[in-house]
Write a protein that binds this ligand. Structure first.
Ligand SMILES: NC(=O)c1ccc[n+]([C@@H]2O[C@H](COP(=O)([O-])OP(=O)(O)OC[C@H]3O[C@@H](n4cnc5c(N)ncnc54)[C@H](OP(=O)(O)O)[C@@H]3O)[C@@H](O)[C@H]2O)c1
Length: 326
């Protein structure tokens, strides 16, 4: 009886300490008259981000792959915030033709884009999977899709300046200490779920670094972030757990996450901070954690690597000269 009580007490104290030091967006800024796009807003951090931006009065476009699931989120956001300018549009970031269709529709229907939150992400399949474009699925979903999307919307983001691009990365980018630019899609080396995820999240930061450099002086800022450890749907997805051992590992991992991690609302705070806070107006090319500037890994700060990744990504998504607006 004594031991379980002590363990429960320590769990509660550890959780309180973690949540106490968690960053919170303190800005009360209104976004009336502004338009925001949030990818992967049908769940987790993206959903809470979209809700907060809607509460501030923005027109919010939820860019999601599952329309039924996302429409339920739209209905929930409208009923919670009273903001009726919240809509869903189809976007599968792992499919380059879906990204092109989505961008085309947005450019036709939206006169302005002030905030683009590249949030959609997967932790990666246990076994390597290749998309119809010939890209490894984790890289396609987390990096290539957002790289192409951002480029295709760049003209409108520049016209709408001051505007902000926010790339949701992860502290997991530290788990990769070398990047093979000649084999980003794991064709020549063995595939690992964590390696693919870590690499894709490193790419999010390098992409932000290079884009920030390209957009300097344009009024469009680009920053990346780690949201914290969040008890979202992220670690419960079926694709992560193929073997019974993994299922068991994830089951217990999830319990720990729910006990110690942030809820989705707290997990969205750094994204929201970067999207709205007055104090980060003009700040660009930085990496944030807990609503504060943080230091990314030395690889993620390598500007020549960021440049090289940009060139390879541009070729891999077949960005046409007519699609270049930086
Ligand atoms: N949770 C954490 O502890 C944590 C830590 C560090 C970084 N992150 C990052 O935070 C971001 C959000 O994660 P989360 O925790 O909120 O996870 P989540 O609850 O699993 O939500 C992920 C969102 O991305 C969407 N998505 C996945 N693949 C997509 C695709 N191909 N096209 C369009 N949308 C797609 C999902 O759509 P469906 O609902 O249709 O599946 C869902 O809306 C990710 O980029 C992740 O890498 C999370």
């Amino acid at each position: 009886m004594f031991l379980p009580t002590v363990v429960a007490f320590l769990v509660v104290v550890a959780r309180m300490l973690y949540l106490r030091r968690a960053g919170r967006c303190t800005s009360t800024r209104s976004l009336a008259g502004m338009t925001a796009i949030v990818t992967g807003a049908s769940a987790g951090i993206g959903m809470e981000t979209a809700k907060d931006l809607a509460r501030r009065g923005a027109r919010v476009i939820l860019a999601c792959r599952n329309l039924t699931k996302a429409q339920a989120v739209v209905d929930h956001i409208i009923s919670e915030t009273g903001n009726k300018k919240v809509v869903v549009r189809l976007l599968d970031t792992s499919d380059l033709s879906s990204v092109r269709r989505f961008a085309k529709e947005i450019l036709q229907t939206e006169d302005a884009i002030h905030i683009l939150v590249n949030n959609a992400g997967i932790a990666g399949k246990q076994v390597r999977e290749v998309t119809g474009d010939g890209l490894e699925l984790t890289m396609a979903t987390n990096h290539y899709g957002h790289f192409l999307l951002t480029n295709l919307l760049l003209k409108r983001l520049k016209e709408s300046a001051p505007s902000r691009i926010i790339n949701v990365s992860s502290v997991a980018h530290f788990f990769t200490w070398k990047i093979n630019l000649k084999d980003l899609n794991f064709e020549k080396r063995s595939y690992g779920t964590l390696e693919a995820y870590a690499q894709s999240k490193l790419c999010n930061i390098l992409f932000s670094l290079e884009l920030a450099d390209k957009l300097r002086g344009s009024g469009v800022t680009v920053n990346s972030l780690h949201p914290g450890t969040v008890g979202s749907e992220f670690f419960t997805r079926d694709e992560l757990a193929v073997t019974w051992f993994r299922k068991l590992f994830l089951f217990f991992g999830n319990i720990v996450l729910r006990l110690f991690g942030k809820d989705n609302k707290l997990g969205a705070q750094t994204t929201i901070h970067l999207a709205v806070a007055e104090e980060v107006e003009g700040v660009t090319g930085k990496y944030f954690d807990e609503c504060k500037e943080a230091t990314a890994s030395w690889l993620a700060r390598d500007s020549s690597l960021a440049k090289a990744l940009w060139e390879i990504s541009e070729a891999d998504v077949q960005l046409a000269p007519s699609e270049i607006f930086y």
